[in-house]
Write a new protein. Structure first.
Length: 434
């Protein structure tokens, strides 16, 4: 008998009490673990949603910045063109000022007056009767006027050049105005994209702050979940340990009690066999069952003894021969049939529990074996097993322990993955700098 099998009933009851306490604790820990996991998943969902919003806003900011930078590049090109046009206009205006500074009067007015004066002089020369001095004076005056007309023609070229330069200046002013309008238009578009970046930045900061807070809460609850899983695992280990002890106590106690029952039944059968042999040797009246037992015992004794006959064996044979007439009195056929019927029933009942399989688990051990009347048992080795009451009480509670102990393991969920890192602050700061 092992040490576990010798466990006292109060020790078994103590183990069962501890098992119930650990099961209650396991259910409580499991409930807490479920709540913690739900809270952890909630914070993880919030964090992931806010991180998704942050990524979307960052992409929007990048797109707005790219568009703004492209427009600013066009603005820079338009400004360069406008500056070049202004420089060209300045040179044109300088040239106009130089040409106008060299002009003498109004070329058109002077030229008309001079040409009219020349016509008048020529008409007077042709129509009037002039003296030689007067005619010479008219010729000299006409020569002077024609000389001045030549100079006026040169001034006219300058005037034409000034007009041409002025037309160029007007064209350049139009181009400069178009470039300036394009700069203003592009600046307005750039300002729109810049204002969009400025509008998104507070939302980005807010979502990032919320994502960071949710991530901290997620990490905190993740630690609680891991601690809860460790506690639950520890409780389950204790439950498994107590279950193992109870199962071992139950199985070994069952084996011990069954062996005791076998020994007790064998002793009873041996006692009946000895009584039958004694009746046979003393010549008393025997029942059919007693005769079978006595005959079998005598046969076994003869096989075990040596072939050399002793005085005692001869006396036993003589006594047996004398007892034979009395052991087989004449009976009615009905008596023989009545005696034979229980023998067949005994043989059938005794043959059934001859094999004693070892219990594989607690549930198989808990099934009690059928009881057999000792008086009807004729086979010494055919001993049925009977469970004691205290063993049945322990066994009845064992399936419940196994079912409830498996609950934490079945409901335990896998460990969550490593938490996703929130969006880095450098990305947000880079956006904020804009």
């Amino acid at each position: 008998m092992t040490e576990v099998a010798e466990a006292k009933p109060e020790e078994v009851e103590f183990l069962r009490t501890k098992l119930r306490e650990f099961k209650i604790q396991a259910r409580d820990e499991l409930e807490i673990l479920r709540r913690d996991r739900d809270q952890m998943r909630e914070y993880k969902t919030i964090r992931d949603d806010h991180n998704k919003e942050v990524r979307g806003l960052i992409e929007s900011v990048k797109a707005e910045r790219e568009e703004r930078d492209r427009i600013n590049k066009d603005i820079s090109q338009a400004k360069d063109r406008r500056t070049a046009i202004h420089a060209q206009l300045k040179s044109v205006y300088d040239e106009i000022r130089d040409l106008r500074s060299n002009l003498v009067g109004s070329p058109s007015t002077d030229q008309r007056h001079m040409m009219r004066r020349v016509e008048e002089l020529e008409w007077r020369q042709q129509t009037d009767q002039l003296s030689k001095d007067e005619e010479l004076s008219i010729v000299e005056e006409i020569a002077k006027i024609e000389s001045k007309l030549v100079k006026i023609g040169q001034e006219k070229e300058k005037q034409d050049r000034i007009s041409e330069i002025r037309r160029l200046a007007r064209k350049l002013k139009e181009e400069a105005s178009e470039a300036h309008e394009k700069v203003i238009e592009l600046s307005e578009q750039s300002q729109i994209h810049h204002q969009e970046v400025v509008r998104i930045r507070p939302q980005l900061e807010e979502y990032k702050k919320s994502a960071d807070t949710a991530h901290k809460n997620f990490v905190e609850w993740l630690k609680k979940v891991k601690d809860g899983e460790a506690k639950l695992k520890e409780v389950r280990t204790q439950i498994d340990e107590i279950q193992g002890k109870l199962r071992k106590v139950t199985v070994e106690k069952h084996d011990v009690d069954r062996q005791d029952l076998r020994d007790h039944q064998r002793a009873q059968v041996r006692e009946r066999t000895d009584e039958a042999v004694e009746k046979l040797q003393s010549g008393k009246r025997l029942t059919f069952d007693e005769f079978i037992l006595a005959q079998r015992q005598v046969t076994d004794d003869k096989r075990r003894k040596p072939k050399k006959r002793s005085r005692k064996s001869e006396d036993a044979e003589i006594a047996e021969e004398r007892a034979k007439p009395e052991a087989f009195p004449e009976r009615e056929p009905e008596d023989v049939e009545e005696a034979a019927e229980p023998e067949l029933e005994v043989i059938e009942e005794a043959a059934e529990p001859e094999v004693f399989p070892e219990p594989e688990d607690v549930e198989e051990v808990s099934e009690p074996e059928p009881e057999v009347e000792l008086e009807e048992t004729a086979e010494p080795n055919a001993i049925p097993a009977q469970e004691p009451e205290n063993v049945e009480e322990v066994v009845e509670s064992e399936p419940e322990v196994v079912e409830e102990a498996a609950e934490p393991e079945a409901t335990a969920e896998p460990e969550p993955k490593v938490a996703e890192e929130p969006v880095s602050e450098e990305t947000v700061e880079d956006v904020a700098e804009e």
